[in-house]
Design a protein around this ligand. Structure first.
Ligand SMILES: Nc1nc2c(ncn2[C@@H]2O[C@H](COP(=O)(O)OP(=O)(O)OP(=O)(O)O)[C@@H](O)[C@H]2O)c(=O)[nH]1
Ligand SMILES: [Mg+2]
Length: 263
């Protein structure tokens, strides 16, 4: 072959390679723009939603400071297994009810799954005292144990919060599945307590509070996003360690992938 013919063949090869690369990038850009399965993360302020979302991005996220609350609904594009998904978290604070309802009512169709984050009442928010009636209830007792009145009050708020969305989203044509995620297992983990927490979220007042959302193939998963002392001074369960955290994470990711049909 003459030198100039070799040169032309070479140019053609490079043109084709360049074209293929362009198309690949173009396809990738289209794939990225195309809408992804949406996962909506709900739950009261301080249950641990944002830390759960961060733990979907990396195995061990930083503990979010309790003064850093989510102010607006946020979308995160995250790799889950082999899929990209859009995870939308809502602000849980009472003051942000309008913003939260805006995000909930905006979900007219196509929510692959809801993750409702609860934490057995271990809500850690800006204040560490709550006024119930005329009684001041601190979160943590002097001996480092969590105050049972604080826990009971916040469990009641978790059930109340269901009322904001179950009538709108408790519809199988809108939402594919519901996972109740009982986070902060590092604070409450033990064999006996794990049974108690599971019963709390699979029966009784919580199940009743789900109302129509009981049709969303509800599943339950205990979880821990980060190990952290309650209000920096509470006790961590002596039965909890990093092996437990990892196995809960693996189990939750399996349940979530199953829920969105991506196993
Ligand atoms: N022990 C423990 N603490 C956690 C865990 N996840 C979060 N926390 C703590 O709980 C606090 C609240 O968690 P966030 O994820 O910010 O709560 P949120 O539900 O996003 O709250 P809003 O943004 O107000 O709606 C954090 O500041 C952490 O201190 C967990 O898995 N275990
Ligand atoms: Mg948040």
């Amino acid at each position: 072959m003459k030198a100039h013919a070799i040169g032309e063949a070479g140019d053609l090869f490079f043109d084709l390679a360049e074209e293929a690369a362009k198309r690949k990038w173009f396809q990738r850009a289209i794939d990225l723009m195309r809408s992804k399965p949406r996962i909506l993360v709900l739950g009261q302020s301080g249950t641990g939603k944002s830390n759960v979302v961060e733990s979907l991005k990396r195995d061990l996220p930083q503990v979010i400071d309790r003064m850093t609350r989510t102010e607006y609904a946020k979308k995160h594009r995250i790799s889950l297994g082999k899929s990209l998904v859009d995870v939308i978290e809502v602000p849980g604070q009472e003051d942000h009810k309008d913003r939260r309802l805006g995000a909930i009512y905006g979900m007219k169709t196509g929510v692959a799954a809801i993750i409702n984050v609860v934490s057995y009442g271990y809500h850690e928010r800006k204040k560490d005292v709550v006024l119930v009636g005329n009684k001041q209830i601190p979160a943590v007792c002097a001996d480092g144990s969590a105050n049972t009145d604080w826990l009971a009050h916040h469990r009641m708020l978790e059930i109340q919060a269901l009322g904001e969305w179950v009538d709108v989203l408790g519809d199988r044509t809108v939402v594919g599945a519901l996972v109740t995620l009982a986070s902060k297992a590092d604070l409450w983990w033990s064999e006996k307590q794990a049974e108690q927490v599971e019963a709390e979220y699979t029966s009784g007042a919580y199940l009743k509070g789900l109302g129509p959302a009981g049709n969303l193939r509800p599943s339950y998963s205990p979880y821990c996003a980060v190990a952290h002392r309650f209000y920096d001074r509470g006790l961590i369960s002596p039965y909890f360690d990093d092996d437990v955290r990892r196995s809960l994470r693996t189990n939750f990711l399996r349940i979530l992938l199953e829920a969105i049909g991506r196993t």
